[in-house]
Design a binder for this molecule. Structure first.
Ligand code: PLP
Length: 466
């Protein structure tokens, strides 16, 4: 009886410290042994206390790692995605691209803060590979350096996702992987199904390649599968270009059940799915979700990703697991590029082999989960009450809907003040998202970032009070 009282009393003390912020979200709790010593209690009491905290969702146990405080809870407010009947858009004209913002923290581009890039260990790997006896600068395999493919394969296998190195093809980033996949399975004029809204870079790519676009509505669960199936059944589309995890710009993900259904449809109707999975490993929760490719038994999914969001965009390294299109894909790479920058591939292989990559992703994800809650907390406090913020489980962006505000106009005004955000219009061929905007949350929320957010909220308040 006394044991019961003791562990609950202790658990309540820990809960109070978590709620007051004295113990930070995502931080590691003392090991059970240390907890016993700190409180002069038995292992049974310590274990009962941690179990109580776990059952009440305050902490989470990580296998062989210890106990961590859960990420901050944010009030879930679901953004209602617009419902519409999709229709094909041909000859899509895209807005002219803005010059890149380089050097200053930007709320526009989805990327990690420079401080979160692990350049010390990456530089170590660069130095290490030049000292290796077999280091050469000859042409390498067009498919990509074998050592890198093997390391990537091991890395994904450890996440429970089988990714044979013989089937992987290295590319110059994710967008390059997607471009090559599109060229493998479609030709100009063909219709490609995408989710609505969709990452602006993919829309630009489809427009440059002269592909027609069919936007399929997003839903709270993922994507409107009925409309997609109709398009597949009616042979309206040649391929799909989809993201199943932490989609850009909304941050939402498909359930495993939807992933499986989607792959079954692709198999049934023999429609390739190009999967852009660049944000999968950026998870604000403790688990890394599975890609569509995991459910693909017949090779209809071409899985594309890169290290641009997880590690460093400047490396320009990505990959594709092209499934049944492997031979054609490799042929195209041979013709197009004659392989890749070998030192960079070797350095990345060394970085992954030393387990720096896996450790880095964990560290970054922990930081991003906190940043994401901080951004949301600030925005919920300062934006008009009617604003809807989609709470993502991962990724680097926040999607916000502010009724009655023209975000294109807002973006222009903010740019004059040196603040860069993306307006909703950029993410669609329709005008459905004129009142939406996308913010990068990869930046550490510093005073400078908070003052940018404050100005954004002030301008929004002015617009809505007109
Ligand atoms: C969905 C998506 N795919 C691809 C990319 C580009 O990836 P990479 O830099 O590896 O080409 C981005 C960049 O923002 C993205 O958001």
């Amino acid at each position: 009886m006394r044991v019961t009282v003791k562990y609950i009393t202790l658990a309540r003390q820990v809960i109070a410290s978590i709620e007051k912020g004295h113990i930070e979200a995502n931080s590691k709790l003392p090991s059970l042994r240390v907890f016993c010593q700190l409180h002069y209690i038995s292992m049974t009491t310590a274990l009962a206390c941690y179990r109580y905290l776990e059952q009440h969702d305050y902490i989470i146990a990580e296998y062989k790692k210890g106990y961590y405080v859960q990420p901050k809870k944010t009030e879930k407010r679901i953004v209602n995605f617009p419902t519409f009947q999709s229709s094909v858009r041909t000859k899509v004209i895209r807005p002219e691209l803005q010059a890149d913002v380089i050097g200053r923290p930007s709320l526009a581009t989805a990327q990690l803060d420079a401080k979160l890039i692990d350049d010390a260990m990456l530089k170590r790997s660069f130095r290490a590979i030049t000292k290796q006896a077999d280091f050469t600068l000859k042409y390498d395999e067009s498919q990509g350096n074998q050592r890198l493919r093997e390391q990537l394969s091991k890395h994904f296998n450890s996440q429970g996702f089988s990714c044979p190195h013989e089937d992987l093809v290295i590319t110059h980033g994710c967008l390059d992987a997607v471009l090559m996949a599109l060229e493998c399975v479609s030709k100009p004029g063909d219709v490609i199904a995408i989710t609505s809204p969709c990452y602006s870079g993919l829309l630009d790519l489809l427009s440059v390649l002269d592909r027609a676009i069919l936007e399929i509505p997003s839903t709270a669960e993922g994507i409107e599968l009925k409309q997609l199936e109709q398009a597949m059944k009616g042979k309206k589309i040649t391929a799909c270009l989809l993201t199943a995890n932490h989609q850009n710009p909304t941050g939402h993900s498909l359930s495993n059940q939807q992933k499986q259904q989607l792959v079954e449809l692709a198999t049934q109707y023999k429609i390739p799915i190009i999967e852009d999975d660049v944000f999968r490993e950026i998870s604000h929760q403790r688990t890394i979700p599975l890609p569509l490719k995991y459910f693909d038994q017949h090779g209809w999914v071409m899985w594309c990703s890169s290290v641009s969001k997880t590690l460093a965009p400047g490396l320009r390294i990505g990959w594709c697991l092209p499934g049944r299109f492997k031979n054609k894909y490799i042929q195209q790479r041979m013709i197009r590029t004659l392989g890749h920058n070998q030192p960079i591939q070797l350095a990345l292989a060394d970085y992954i082999a030393n387990e720096y990559y896996a450790a880095h992703i964990k560290k970054v994800n922990r930081a991003l989960a906190v940043h994401c809650s901080d951004y949301i907390e600030f925005l919920q406090l300062h934006l008009p009450k009617e604003s809807e913020i989609f709470i993502p489980n991962g990724g680097l962006v926040l999607w916000i809907k502010i009724s009655k505000v023209n975000t294109e106009k807002l973006t222009t005004i903010l740019l004059q003040q040196g603040i860069d955000i993306k307006s909703g219009n950029l993410f669609s061929t329709t005008k459905l998202y004129q009142d939406c905007l996308r913010l990068n949350i990869g930046q550490i929320p510093t005073e400078q970032i908070y003052s940018q957010l404050a100005l954004l909220c002030k301008l929004v308040q002015c617009e809505t009070n007109r």
